[in-house]
Write a protein that binds this ligand. Structure first.
Ligand code: ZN
Ligand code: ZN
Length: 179
């Protein structure tokens, strides 16, 4: 199998590289045309992104901070909780089309909802949000099919309901872009 493109997974702040390695191998099973690489370089969370009143980080500020310097397709993975201009919280954000995307692990962790840690569920959610934002960087839009990974997640229930895979129609679009 010849890869058509590569995506770098970069820890933004205090995210374990082992988690990114696991994520990269799961992502390659779902999107085999893309080679996922874990960057040894760690990015800092810009301090000006922190909103003390909300105790959250402004994703728009983080995206603006790194958008110009990123030269390779990059998925930032952070543990902090993100919000964006009009949204209380976001699972992730991407330039669409573009090179930069970000996902937050904060609300994918079962601890966030008061449950004990469920590693398989946490990884499944992380893979779904990663695939979703990466597909956005290739220009894919939201899909009306609630089982498709490109369906918009309003809540974690939407994320849990959708599959890790793009639907046939979204997969066709992605493959056409990558070919
Ligand atoms: Zn989206
Ligand atoms: Zn779809």
């Amino acid at each position: 199998m010849k890869f058509k493109d590569e995506v770098f997974l970069v820890a933004l702040g205090d995210v374990e590289l082992n988690l990114l390695k696991r994520l990269s191998s799961e992502l390659m099973e779902i999107l085999p045309l893309i080679e996922f690489k874990v960057s040894a370089e760690r990015f800092n969370i810009p301090v000006e992104a922190f909103n003390a009143r909300r105790k959250q980080y402004n994703s728009d500020v983080i995206m603006m901070c790194y958008a110009k310097s990123v030269k390779r397709r990059t998925l930032l993975v952070t543990h902090v909780d993100l919000y964006a201009s009009t949204l209380n919280f976001i699972f992730g954000q991407a330039e669409s089309p573009g090179l930069l995307a970000i996902i937050s692990l904060a609300r994918l962790d079962t601890h966030f909802y008061g449950d004990s840690f469920n590693e398989r569920l946490f990884m499944d959610r992380t893979v779904k949000e990663a695939v979703h934002e990466i597909c956005h960087t290739y220009g894919l839009r939201h899909c009306p099919n609630p089982r498709c990974v490109m369906h918009f997640s309003n809540s974690i229930l939407d994320t849990d309901f959708k599959s890790k895979l793009p639907c046939a129609s979204c997969m066709r679009k992605l493959t056409a872009i990558l070919e």
